[in-house]
Structures are given as structure tokens and as C-alpha cells.
Design a protein around this ligand. Structure first.
Ligand code: SF4
Length: 216
């Protein structure tokens, strides 16, 4: 039976509502497309509160792509503090600002293909920008979304891109915006990489992984 047929829309909606109640999503402080882009580039392998602080520092000094594109690397490095891979990210955010200025006339593009021409911007980051700042339906699949979706049984794939395709077949389109932050928080708090809290999980009755461990 295909995933589209196996899952009924009502069941998915009930699960999404349950996930959201159990782990309300974290939203970064900025919603302007440029700052969603910059914050998302900095957020990789970095705790949310560290990313928030770095974005705040950077934003206070360089309020837009015009100014950030001309920033000095050492200055940006000192402002973004403790984000993971800070030396790479300091270069990337300046470069992203420069490309936004030179190639896109100072406006963050609202097409996946254009966003992905910016160094350091992959499919996941581009999808976050589309959904979180433009409100364009897109599902960003990061490590949490990939793991949780495959545990639940919404997807059956080792590859995040295939997981995204499978999710798009069963998650109602009006739920794509906001899906990533919700699943990320759920993945951090409940469906953790190691030691998922299955007994406390409000959707365990629907979960393939939980059904399997109860049988073993
Ligand atoms: S039951 Fe366990 S594996 Fe399934 S979604 Fe909940 S925490 Fe994750």
C-alpha cells in the first residue's frame, strides 16, 4: 500500500496537532527573508539560544545585506560568538550578503533554485527561507525531520530528499509552512536521536517504531 493510501488525512492532522501541543516550536527572532537566511546558515549544529544571540549581535551592527556584504571578516567573527563552525559561517554570511546584493538586487529570491545558488545554502536552508519568511509551502528536511518521519512511518528512506518527497505526498499542503520548526522541536524534546521518550509520546499509538519495539 502506498504511503498516500496508508495514512488518512484526519489521522495526520490529529498527529500534527498532538506533536505541536507536546513540543511547541521554537521560532527564531527575525522573519525578514534576509535574516531568516542568515540565521539559518548560522544555525547548523548550533543551539537555538546561541544562534539567536549571534543573529541579534550581527543584526544590530549590520542591519541589512548592503552593510553585511561590506563587513570585515574579523568583525563578523567576533559578533557571531560561539556558533558551530564559526570561521566558515562568518565567511558564508558575508558572501551570502554580497551575492544578494550583486546577483539579486538586494532582495532574497523566493525560488528554491535561486536560493540554492548561494554558497552554503542547500535544499534544507532554502526551504526554511521559503516557508518561514515568505510563507511559501515547502518542507525543510533536516536531521530531526528525517529521523522522526522515518520512525513514525511517514517516510521510508535513508535519503532526506526522498523523505521530503514522501512527506509531500501525505502532509496536507496547508501544513507545510511551520512543519519543520514543529518537527525539529519534537525531535529535540521527545523523539530524541538517542533515547526517544516513546512512553510519554502522545502519538505513540500511530508510530511504526513504537509498534515494533513493543513487539520485540
Ligand atoms: S513513539 Fe517514540 S519513536 Fe515514535 S514518534 Fe514518539 S518518541 Fe518518536
Amino acid at each position: 500500500m502506498s504511503e498516500r493510501n496508508r495514512w488518512k488525512e484526519d489521522e495526520i492532522l490529529e498527529m500534527l496537532s498532538s506533536i505541536q501541543s507536546q513540543a511547541p516550536p521554537h521560532h527564531f527572532e527575525f522573519h525578514d527573508p534576509f535574516w531568516v537566511l542568515i540565521t539559518t546558515i548560522m544555525s547548523h549544529r548550533t543551539r537555538d539560544e546561541v544562534t539567536d544571540a549571534a543573529a541579534r549581535n550581527l543584526f544590530n551592527r549590520y542591519g541589512d545585506s548592503v552593510h553585511l556584504s561590506k563587513a570585515k571578516y574579523e568583525d563578523v567573527l567576533s559578533l557571531i560568538g560561539n556558533v558551530g563552525f564559526m570561521t566558515v559561517k562568518a565567511k558564508r554570511v558575508i558572501e551570502a550578503a554580497r551575492i544578494i546584493e550583486e546577483k539579486f538586487g538586494g532582495k532574497v529570491p523566493d525560488r528554491l533554485e535561486d536560493l540554492m545558488t548561494i554558497p552554503g545554502v542547500g535544499r534544507k536552508t532554502a526551504s526554511v527561507v521559503l516557508a518561514d519568511s515568505f510563507g511559501i509551502p515547502a518542507i525543510a528536511v533536516d536531521t530531526h525531520v528525517h529521523r522522526v518521519s522515518n520512525r513514525i512511518g511517514w517516510a521510508n528512506s535513508k535519503d532526506p530528499e526522498a523523505t521530503e518527497e514522501q512527506l509531500k505526498k501525505i502532509i496536507p499542503k496547508e501544513k507545510w509552512v511551520g512543519f519543520n520548526p514543529m518537527m525539529v522541536e519534537f525531535g529535540k524534546k521527545i523523539c530524541r536521536p538517542v533515547g526517544p521518550r516513546c512512553n510519554e509520546c502522545s502519538i505513540n499509538a500511530h508510530c511504526r517504531y513504537y509498534s515494533k519495539i513493543r513487539q520485540d
